[in-house]
Design a protein around this ligand. Structure first.
Ligand SMILES: Nc1ncnc2c1ncn2[C@@H]1O[C@H](COP(=O)(O)OP(=O)(O)OP(=O)(O)O)[C@@H](O)[C@H]1O
Ligand SMILES: [Mg+2]
Length: 258
């Protein structure tokens, strides 16, 4: 994959470029995994290689001053994992990762459509339903229009068409969303008290594609009594932050792993 990405760059004709790379890695990575990423980067032609933990990159991408003597909490809901981290003084203070995230919500929708409507939907259709009418709350102030789902009947294989409402999908997603909610609560419990007050004041930042789920910010805010802010660009904050780290790599950044 790294080689493939290098191929996307404009290639110099007469010499092999010496490549500088910043690669983001999940914050739960083991030493062996970090070593493996580094080795792969070297094999792909990297000369100067830095690693950065994803929640740190996300925080940079959101525009948080990660080196401040302050606590900030980031909740990154991706496809495969939800990562919750508290960042302060350029380091990750606490970190929690659970394997419940966007892909599980998509699966919940597939399962719901099969059980409730006897209709077979693939992953792509289920993701479209999630983006169209996915919701973390059964009551939204600005509800989306119903989504017309098309697919084959499980019993007869004949084409079916069913409208689904966001309320119905909110119900189907409830269990997984509750698990994400519980993980955030448990991460807060593990937060050192001296940083807790900062987090209450600054609010908690939601990022990753899952942050776009309707009503999730409101649901968490109401439940936890701390304001949740959705990142400006949830799908890209990790990439943006990694770019910022690359630009500033010569400044002795404490969070860049050499
Ligand atoms: N509008 C939306 N509403 C709900 N979910 C969405 C929306 N847009 C994208 N997603 C979901 O966000 C997820 C992808 O998010 P993201 O790109 O942050 O993940 P990732 O970084 O690739 O995964 P991971 O961090 O687990 O490695 C997918 O599950 C996708 O369905
Ligand atoms: Mg991610």
């Amino acid at each position: 994959m790294i080689r493939g990405m290098i191929k996307l760059l404009p290639q110099p004709k007469f010499f092999t470029p010496s490549l500088t790379m910043v690669i983001c890695v999940p914050s739960g990575s083991t030493e062996v995994e970090l070593r493996a990423v580094r080795d792969s980067a070297e094999h792909a032609g990297g000369r100067e290689i830095y690693l950065i933990y994803e929640p740190m990159a996300a925080a940079l991408g959101i525009g948080i001053d990660v080196e401040a003597p302050q606590g900030n909490m980031i909740v990154d809901i991706g496809g495969g994992t939800t990562e919750i981290a508290v960042i302060s003084l350029g380091g990750i203070v606490t970190n929690k990762s659970i394997r419940i995230a966007g892909d599980d919500l998509t699966l919940d929708i597939q399962e719901h459509m099969r059980r409730q409507h006897n209709i077979k939907v693939g992953e792509i259709m289920a993701e479209r339903i999630k983006i169209g009418v996915g919701s973390a709350l059964a009551e939204l102030e600005t509800p989306p229009d119903d989504f017309i789902v098309q697919g084959p009947s499980i019993s007869t294989a004949l084409p079916l068409e069913v409208p689904v409402s966001y309320q119905e999908i909110a119900h189907a997603l409830e269990r997984s969303v509750a698990k994400i909610e519980a993980a955030v609560m448990s991460a807060l419990e593990q937060t050192p008290p001296e940083l807790y007050a900062d987090i209450v004041n600054n609010g908690i930042y939601l990022t990753g594609g899952g942050a776009l789920l309707r009503g999730l910010d409101k649901r968490l805010t109401d439940k936890i009594h701390i304001p949740f802010h959705i990142a400006e660009n949830p799908l890209h904050s990790v990439a943006i932050g990694t770019g910022i780290a690359l630009k500033n790599r010569n400044r002795g950044l404490p969070y860049l792993l050499r």
